[in-house]
Design a binder for this molecule. Structure first.
Ligand SMILES: [Zn+2]
Length: 280
């Protein structure tokens, strides 16, 4: 019996006598995978055996066939046709959503959370001597916020230009900024300057959507100047994979000489290996 499609009300491969319909595994990339799950709605969580059939993908997502005649889907393909929820969107960050999902949202940061009915507070504790809260952020029900370094409230205009947190990226940006803040003028200045550049880049990205890839790449280069923990957008990762695959020694040169901030070759190899395993 061929694998059935997990989209509700889709009858692909459900009948023994019907024609076989091509199905695809869920992507390994967590972000794309979550888009697929969101498109199905109802808090769907994919399992390793979940499949979605070809009827739900627009033509623009197909990338021909593989050597063994399997239909190939593009990396960013998302099911949009005949879905219970026709639009998929990154969840707009609300207070309720944040309270419920903060563990997932800030999973790679060592922050604790304290939640009350109208306040959520993330804080980081240094336990090397007397346990001390080193940085914290207070988010109110209307998603306005205050940030603190030890017991000092930080002026908002220091490097954060938004008044409310509406997107996950903004929350991560604040947490990241707090990491690099030392009570030292130079660091504050650097964070401030970087924030201004990023703001300008975001502005340019809106004016020139066609150049989004370049701007994403630049944004990573600039933010990683002051990030203690390097982070990369999917654009940088996919470009890095392409360069590394074609010119590994050039890639390592760019990285080792610190000309560009790029993911390690080991990390790229793991991504490329996953792709070869037939994610799509
Ligand atoms: Zn289907």
């Amino acid at each position: 019996m061929p694998v059935v499609c997990c989209v509700p009300n889709c009858d692909s491969n459900r009948s023994r006598h019907g024609p076989y319909v091509t199905v695809f595994r869920f992507p390994t990339n967590d972000k794309v995978k979550s888009h697929w799950e969101k498109a199905i709605g109802n808090n769907y969580k994919a399992t390793p055996s979940s499949r979605i059939c070809i009827k739900h993908f627009e033509d623009k997502y197909f990338r021909g066939t593989s050597a063994n005649s399997r239909v190939l889907l593009g990396r960013s393909a998302v099911p949009t046709l005949f879905m219970p929820k026709l639009i998929f969107e990154e969840p707009y960050l609300t207070f309720e959503y944040l309270c419920k999902n903060y563990k997932q949202l800030i999973s790679d940061k060592d922050y604790y959370a304290n939640i009350t009915d109208d306040l959520i507070c993330f804080y980081k504790i240094d336990c090397t001597a007397v346990p001390t809260i080193t940085s914290s952020i207070k988010i109110f029900k209307n998603m306005e916020f205050e940030i603190f370094k030890r017991d000092k409230i930080l002026p908002r205009n220091l490097n954060i230009r938004f008044k409310r947190i509406d997107e996950k990226e903004q929350l991560l940006y604040i947490l990241q900024s707090l990491e690099v803040f030392k009570e030292d003028e130079n660091n504050l200045l650097a964070a401030d300057t970087v924030a201004k550049i990023i703001e300008s880049l975001n502005h340019i990205a809106k004016l020139y959507p066609d150049h989004k890839r370049k701007i994403d790449f630049l944004t990573d280069q600039i933010t990683n100047l002051i990030n203690l923990k390097l982070t990369y957008r999917s654009t940088t990762i996919s470009e890095a994979c392409c360069i590394f695959q074609q010119f590994p020694s050039a890639y390592n040169y760019l990285r080792d000489q610190n000309i560009l901030v790029l993911p390690t070759s080991r990390y790229l190899k793991s991504i490329l290996a996953n792709e070869l395993n037939g994610t799509f």
